[in-house]
Design a protein around this ligand. Structure first.
Ligand code: GCW
Length: 720
């Protein structure tokens, strides 16, 4: 049953060496609470390895304050603001940390924020609540020796988004087609095996620690497609969820549960799951009560309803608002939230019916209900209107529901971006999504929409008024983790999980700088040899890898030229005549989807200005999205000056060539001692597959379009 992995799990971005700077010093930890204990334990573990000391100062029993400040001196003080008197030296620095920092806007630190300052040889992290202290500790880890160098002015850190959730598509039972983890490319589930919990406490705890270290605070433990045993996690298998919640709680991670909307029926307890039926409402209220008795800090539910065959309120003639609100009411007494997914579309489409456009679906289904969802409903919107393609415009839903809490959903599991066999660092893509300004350059960004801060000063443009922003729904990322030794199959795919956590905390971070943090934590401390060579090599492989992937796969935003079902490798017409609504409409004259208001599906009209007009315009639509919005002749001239057909040839040759370069670069550090040989070998093997696949993509795509268009490559390269 429970067969632990014989090889220890890879430490990812928390190798022991990352704690060297802390572990060799004198630390004082002040305060009470489970997460403060975690902070203490982390420091104590580091000290045991590197010879430093750690002192714990608790609030003194019966004194109403601390039982006297412990001696010192200290190099590092991690203190809760509520903790009472501090040792001499540290006290003044704390006072400074508590004062407004240069970037402070007068707000409280909040439940997860912290202030960091260094003065007079003492580094101080001050937080109002225990979670802030934990995040502060990991900030010190990130800084390493620099945390103990020159003075640092007091700076407050607060997460931009309140909810930063990892969504696991882990099945409890093995699904006949999707396996143990749906769209999982890193082995089995870390939670479940063959219908039962794995009880792999060490791995789950280690995972929570990694999540906290990059900024997450929540996770779901089961797939949004809820079937079989998974339905019963809500009822008689609740203890399995409680066990996981217990393991991750010390790291500030709250568990949420994906639920089957028709659970009362699926479990044979009621004849209907109609959300307006009194018995159904009572059933969910009781389920929620039991859940919270067992797991008092359960975050809430995630629901995929009326989507790809999952049950939902439509079956009963009810709306998504009816369905979501019913669950929200059940959770409200316990402070829980419902993540209701907006991924709803007709998956029985006829390609000949040009009036239907999958890109329009989420907006058409959900915007009529803006303002009708309860405050504890979060509408969870995929970042693009289709489905995690390498390039999509930002979903217009994110700019169209000013009275609804919205979360943006991104996908770390590389379903459409090389399945963790290809290097594809998605930080830059997510950063573009979060920085996208739907109302134009000076307006709010997607990050501010999901952070719930659009109402602070900025107009809420879609109503034209100054509506207060609803609380944000934050960021949801589909996990790329499994029971693989490296967590993510491809060791370099760890960077994606790290980056999305950091971007949820601070969406303005430069994704390349985030990558640098990840490199520094993961590789540099244990590398022998020239760390700059290692850093340069990793940046060369990863920085632009998303664009590289884009170059050798589907062109100019058209998407979906993948093999059906597996979604790996090229099959240009694989989905062209199927029911999924994902078409490119290539013929002998041209390619692309006309989504204009003038002559197409009208999707461009779902955007506010300036984007509604910019996307509508053939001349002004950004090149990289041209075929998403327009059907054009092959000889259409892009803004880049190239024709569409020549761009297809050039980008595919370039993309495959870049992968060859990546493989050469990686081979260059073989045997250098800069990375563990087993890790080097794993990446080498994956790069070989990436190169094979990139060449296959290049040849299939180029041949297809040469054949369709009859236009030769201007450089007369071999196309086969
Ligand atoms: O991208 C698609 C995947 C499905 C997935 C679905 C979703 C969990 O192919 O496997 O189902 O999205 O997001 O619900």
């Amino acid at each position: 049953m429970n067969t632990p992995d014989p090889a220890p799990v890879h430490p990812a971005w928390l190798p022991p060496e990352a704690f060297r700077a802390i572990g060799g010093r004198r630390t004082l930890v002040c305060g009470e609470g489970l997460l403060v204990q975690t902070v203490y334990d982390e420091v104590a573990q580091a000290c045991a390895r590197y010879g430093g000391t750690v002192t714990r100062q608790r609030v003194g029993a019966g004194t109403g304050g601390r039982a006297g400040a412990s001696g010192g001196p200290y190099d590092l003080v991690l203190a809760l603001g509520t903790g009472g008197p501090l040792p001499a030296g540290a006290a003044e620095v704390v006072a400074e940390a508590a004062g407004p920092g240069p970037d402070a806007d007068g707000d409280e630190l909040g439940p997860e924020g912290f202030a960091l300052v260094r003065r007079h040889g003492v580094t101080v992290v001050l937080a109002d609540e225990p979670a802030g202290l934990l995040y502060g500790l990991f900030e010190v880890v990130r800084l390493g020796a620099a945390a103990f160098g020159a003075d640092r002015p007091a700076r407050r850190h607060r997460p931009a988004m309140r909810l930063r959730l990892v969504s696991h598509w882990d099945n409890v039972d093995v699904h006949p087609r999707m396996g143990q983890v749906e769209r999982g490319y890193a082995g089995g589930s870390i939670f479940w095996r063959d219908g039962a919990p794995r009880h792999d406490a060490e791995r789950v705890r280690g995972y929570a620690r990694l999540l906290a270290a990059c900024g997450f605070n929540a996770m779901t433990v089961n797939n949004v497609n809820v079937h079989g045993t998974a339905t019963r996690l809500l009822t008689d298998r609740l203890d399995d969820v409680a066990e996981i919640a217990e393991l991750v709680r010390p790291y500030g991670i709250r568990v949420h549960l994906s639920v089957n909307f028709a659970a009362p029926v699926a479990l044979g307890e009621l004849p209907t799951a109609d959300p307006l039926d009194g018995d159904v409402r009572a059933w969910w209220a009781k389920a929620a009560r039991r859940l919270h008795e067992t797991i008092p800090d359960l975050g809430g539910f995630m629901v995929k309803a009326d989507s790809e065959g999952q049950p939902g309120p439509y079956r009963y003639g009810r709306s998504h608002a009816d369905g979501a609100n019913m669950l929200a009411d059940a959770l409200a007494p316990y402070g829980g939230v419902v993540h209701w997914r907006a991924f709803v579309y007709n998956h029985h489409q006829d390609w000949r019916d040009r009036s239907v456009d999958r890109a329009r679906a989420a907006y058409d289904h959900f915007t009529p209900f803006d303002g009708q969802f309860r405050e504890n409903v979060i509408l969870q919107v995929k970042h693009g209107p289709m489905d995690f393609q390498v390039r999509e415009p930002v979903s217009p839903v994110l700019a169209a529901m000013p009275r609804t809490r919205l979360a943006v959903e991104v996908q770390a599991t590389q379903e459409y971006t090389g399945q963790q066999r290809h290097v594809c660092y998605l930080g830059p893509s997510w950063s573009e999504v979060l920085r996208f300004a739907p109302w134009g350059e000076d307006g709010p960004t997607v990050a501010s929409v999901v952070a719930g801060t659009t109402g602070h000063g900025a107009p809420t443009p879609s109503t034209g008024g100054d509506l207060p922003a609803p609380a944000g729904g934050g960021i949801v990322v589909v996990s790329n983790v499994g029971d693989d030794h490296y967590w993510t199959g491809h060791p370099l795919a760890q960077a994606n999980l790290y980056a999305v956590g950091r971007l949820g905390w601070a969406p303005d971070l430069d994704p390349v700088a985030v990558l640098d943090e990840w490199i520094e934590l993961t590789f540099t401390p244990s590398a022998t040899g020239d760390p700059e060579l290692l850093r340069g090599t990793l940046h060369a492989l990863l920085d632009d890898s998303w664009h590289t992937y884009e170059r050798y796969t589907a062109p100019l935003g058209v998407g979906f030229m993948v093999r059906p079902n597996t979604h790996y490798g090229p099959d240009v017409d694989g989905y062209e005549y199927s029911r999924w609504g994902t078409y490119h409409f290539a013929d002998r004259d041209g390619v692309g989807v006309d989504r204009t208001r003038a002559t197409g599906t009208g999707f461009t009209g779902q955007y506010p200005q300036p984007w509604a007009d910019r996307y509508e315009s053939l001349e002004r639509c950004p090149d990289e999205l041209l075929l998403f919005f327009h059907h054009v002749p092959y000889q259409h001239v892009l803004q880049s000056g190239s024709t569409v057909i020549q761009h297809i040839y050039d980008s595919h040759f370039a993309g495959a060539e870049e992968v060859a370069g990546m493989a050469r670069r990686w081979a260059g550090i073989a045997g250098s001692g800069l990375v563990d040989p087993a890790l080097h070998a794993r990446v080498t093997e994956r790069l070989a597959e990436q190169l094979r696949s990139a060449e296959e993509w290049r040849d299939k795509i180029n041949t297809y379009f040469l054949r369709k268009s009859g236009v030769p490559d201007a450089h007369d390269r071999p196309i086969y």
